[in-house]
Design a protein around this ligand. Structure first.
Ligand code: NAD
Ligand code: ZN
Length: 362
């Protein structure tokens, strides 16, 4: 069971294949997109043990010369140290300009591997095989790659589009439920920002999604990717439109930073952020309480949090929002909903309104 979508960009386009049983057939999917037979798989310690053997076999069956580099699982691997190790491996295995890097893992591997591919020999081709829901519905589409600097997340990076994205929903079967729920936020977010029918699809199929039913997952993930691809096609380098993807994220990033990235999953922090952005929009009279309640109900059913933790204060959250790089000229840029399926970008919201909305979400 597979579905193929196409991301059409100005100078480039690539397919996203979503389905089951794809890891066994990576070689056959990859072959039409490569120039030479040398590949380097970048993966993490967890994914390597679980999924590299099947991918490796498939690539060898397709007569590819396969090399592997593993980094420790976790966000800490989005570092210059691991980036350097990958460059060393690319050099040591003599990958050339026609070679391909395969990023097999979650968003960390996609960002790290993609960035490594973007600069090695001024850019070689790469393929994303995302294995977390977060990466399947968000990180693997759009060509943003990055590593972290000790002073901030994703500060060092590049735009580099993959040649192919292979999304095997079977990999979600080993993902903890908490990560499924957290990844789901990006789909719900996509529904709120531009597609009411996707939002409704999640409302109507939440149980099937959480039970990881293949057909429902394939439909939902394809739709989320298609929506993201459409946004990216219109604004590849994040000049304007792409900003809407940050709905709930300015609040969420502040919360993640204040809790040292170890208390909340990204999607949990964004869930609180979306609830807060919706509250702000209600206060400003631009979003109905009924729609805000509809969003709250879905987040609640998905067991995603809605309120900030009591050990923080509205002021600390507000201050931390300014440190997020989505401010422009010192002004907060907020994505606010007008209905389920539509948002606007605003940079003129008074401080006291933002603070009030945060206070209401405790
Ligand atoms: N480039 C983008 O546009 C973009 C968008 C959103 C997020 N991101 C980045 O993505 C990263 C978060 O992604 P993530 O949540 O996938 O994190 P991750 O890559 O760290 O994966 C989370 C954990 O799940 C494990 N894992 C991976 N696949 C698994 C599987 N199938 N079964 C069980 N465990 C598995 C990993 O080993 C890791 O321990 C962040 O660094 C974020 O900045 C990038
Ligand atoms: Zn996100």
């Amino acid at each position: 069971m597979t579905k193929t979508l196409h991301v059409a960009l100005e100078n480039d386009s690539y397919p996203i294949v979503v389905g089951t049983g794809l890891l066994n057939r990576v070689g056959e999917h990859l072959t039409p997109h490569i120039k030479s037979n040398k590949v380097l798989i970048v993966t993490d310690s967890f994914v390597k043990a679980r999924y590299v053997p099947v991918v490796h076999q498939s690539l060898v069956d397709s007569k590819l010369d396969v090399n592997i580099i593993e980094v420790p699982a976790g966000e800490e691997s989005k570092s210059l140290t691991q980036f350097s190790r990958i460059q060393d491996s690319l050099v040591a295995h003599q990958l050339d300009r026609g070679s391909t890097l395969i990023a097999l893992g979650g968003g960390v591997i996609g960002d790290l591997g993609g960035f490594a591919a973007s600069v090695y020999m001024r850019g070689i081709r790469y393929v994303q095989i995302p294995t977390t829901l977060q990466a399947q519905v968000d990180a693997s589409v759009g060509g943003k790659t990055a590593i972290n600097h000790p002073k901030g997340k994703n500060l060092i990076g590049a735009f580099h589009q993959p040649k192919l994205v292979l999304i095997d929903v079977d990999t979600l079967k080993t993902l903890p439920q908490r990560d499924i729920r957290s990844g789901l936020i990006e789909v719900i977010k996509m529904g709120v920002i531009r597609n009411e029918s996707l939002f409704k699809m999640v409302e109507e199929n939440l149980e099937a999604i959480l039970n990881l039913e293949d057909a429902t997952l394939i439909e939902m993930i394809s739709s989320a990717c298609l929506n993201k691809a459409e946004i990216v096609a219109k604004d590849e380098k994040e000049n304007n439109l792409r900003m809407v993807l940050n709905y709930g994220h300015t609040f969420g990033h502040a919360l993640e930073a204040l809790t040292h990235y170890n208390r909340y999953r990204h999607g949990e922090a964004v869930s609180i952020g979306m609830n807060c952005a919706a509250q702000l929009a209600v206060n400003l009279g631009m979003f109905s309480e009924t729609d805000s309640q509809r969003q709250r109900t879905l987040l609640n059913r998905a067991k995603l949090p809605l309120t900030f933790p009591p050990d923080l204060t509205p002021e600390t959250i507000y201050d931390a929002m300014y440190l997020d790089k989505k401010t422009l000229g010192g002004k907060l840029r907020l994505i606010l909903p007008t209905c389920i399926g539509e948002v606007v970008i605003r940079n003129d919201i008074e401080d006291q309104h933002v603070l009030e909305a945060i206070s209401q979400c405790f």
